[in-house]
Design a protein around this ligand. Structure first.
Ligand SMILES: [Zn+2]
Ligand SMILES: [Zn+2]
Length: 256
């Protein structure tokens, strides 16, 4: 038994020597690129780091070297969404979506960095990006259980995905469904703004609501559902084409 453990340790050592991956990069790959199905029959202790690195480089359109080059390292350092990039589909598996015509949401904990009124207005605007183009309406409620429960909280906040302090993961959301389905969490350790400074709440909320409506990450760098954060002017902002097509494929078009 001891010998088996020692062997595992040796192999881990060999793998890390072979890959020269710093622990922070290994953590990034295990968080966003570990394909649970692929490692099911292999020891969870021995992920194929090179494969994961290649999958990540392919997703971001980087040169697929399987090595931790400077472009790859830069990409890993960018602030991003906490949902994984493994399933590169337009929709979550099984295409979950809301079946009702009105989806309710409730903000249970606000950020201390913006006024309540600013947060309410920004969340309304983020949902409106979708209700403008699909036959779905969103209604804010102030008590009881809503379809989409929203909160701002740092660190551990009641699920298996504690937040990680400033930058890194900014927020995450669940696919549509009962119970926690659609629930959307924002990392209170970020500096939330309504401008180009720091992290713009409208852009992150609109991205997370894409997940809450059934959209997966897109590898189109112009898409809102691209996994990393990038500021774009939010004045008169409408959903990019890729996201519009993705969400209309689930809910149909809105005929006003
Ligand atoms: Zn995301
Ligand atoms: Zn969470």
């Amino acid at each position: 038994y001891l010998c088996a453990n020692l062997c595992t340790l040796c192999m881990l050592f060999l793998i890390s020597v072979k890959m020269f991956l710093p622990l922070s990069s290994q953590a990034y790959l295990s968080k966003f690129y570990r394909d649970l199905n692929a490692t099911k029959f292999r020891s969870r202790m021995m992920p194929d780091l090179e494969d994961e690195l290649k999958a990540m480089q392919k997703f971001f359109g980087l040169e697929v070297t399987g090595k931790l080059d400077s472009n790859t390292l830069e990409t890993m350092k960018q602030p991003r969404c906490g949902v994984t990039d493994v399933a590169r589909y337009e929709h979550f598996q099984g295409r979950p979506r809301w079946k009702q015509s009105v989806v309710t949401y409730r903000i249970t904990e606000y950020t201390s960095q913006l006024s309540k009124r600013e947060v309410d207005a920004t969340i309304t605007n983020a949902f409106q990006l979708y209700s403008d183009i699909i036959p779905l309406d969103f209604k804010q409620i102030y008590s009881g259980t809503a379809d989409i429960m929203i909160l701002f909280k740092a660190g551990y906040h009641g699920d298996f995905y504690p937040f990680d302090g400033p930058t890194g993961v900014l927020a995450h959301a669940n696919a549509p469904g009962p119970e926690q389905g659609g629930d959307t969490h924002f990392d209170e350790d970020e500096r939330w703004t309504l401008s180009s400074r720091d992290i713009n709440l409208l852009l992150v909320a609109a991205h997370e609501f894409g997940h809450a409506l059934g959209l997966e990450h897109s590898n189109d760098p112009l898409a809102l559902m691209y996994p990393t954060y990038q500021y774009i002017n939010t004045n008169g902002y409408t959903l990019p084409r890729d996201d519009r097509l993705g969400v209309q494929a689930l809910y149909g078009k809105c005929f006003l």
